[in-house]
Design a protein around this ligand. Sequence first.
Ligand SMILES: C[S@@+](CC[C@H](N)C(=O)[O-])C[C@H]1O[C@@H](n2cnc3c(N)ncnc32)[C@H](O)[C@@H]1O
Length: 189
Amino acid sequence: MLRPRKRIFKKWRRNHNLSNVEVINPVVEKYWLQRYSLFSLYNEGIQMDEEGWYSVTPEEIAIRQAQRCAGRVVIDGFTGVGGNAIQFARMHCKVVAIDIDPRKIELALNNAKIYGVEGQIDFVVGDFLQQASSLKADVVFLSPPWGGPSYKNVKKFTLDLLKPKDGTVINLAVNAIVKLKQYDNMNCH
Ligand SMILES: C[S@@+](CC[C@H](N)C(=O)[O-])C[C@H]1O[C@@H](n2cnc3c(N)ncnc32)[C@H](O)[C@@H]1O
């Protein structure tokens, strides 16, 4: 016996002529309902995996972030399915898109093709934390994994729960900001 909410959703899906193949995972369901705010070109063949669904930056937000970096060289250290990398490329940035998961890079490449910007993005499978010190760019954009819907069940949220590796990304970012500040001070005086 289906719960009422599930029943309503099944009926809605039937009415909207959607195949069962597309929506099967209950974790994804809530995000799937927002699919056009995640990717406005969703129907053109956008592809996602489960983590991609709950991790991708909604398109409007990605556009605003990209507008601040227009025309720059941008490293997207945690590319996922490409929500941010695509919008950087649409703002005429040259993008280096890194993800540790080869499947994510495949999906990001597919999605970049849908937006016609694959030529502006270098896709790299790798660990950003390993590569960070050897990379150069105007902008480093970090959208690290946030743990996903399972965070809902955590009673007390401590920084060591942050991914990847106990909040290493936060340390990297703080160090980079401190270095920039020192550089700025040197320029001023
Ligand atoms: C929050 S998602 C990024 C979402 C992305 N901004 C988008 O809009 O599609 C985080 C991504 O970081 C990747 N990741 C996790 N650890 C990594 C690491 N050490 N180096 C590079 N990528 C990593 C995960 O595979 C995941 O795809």
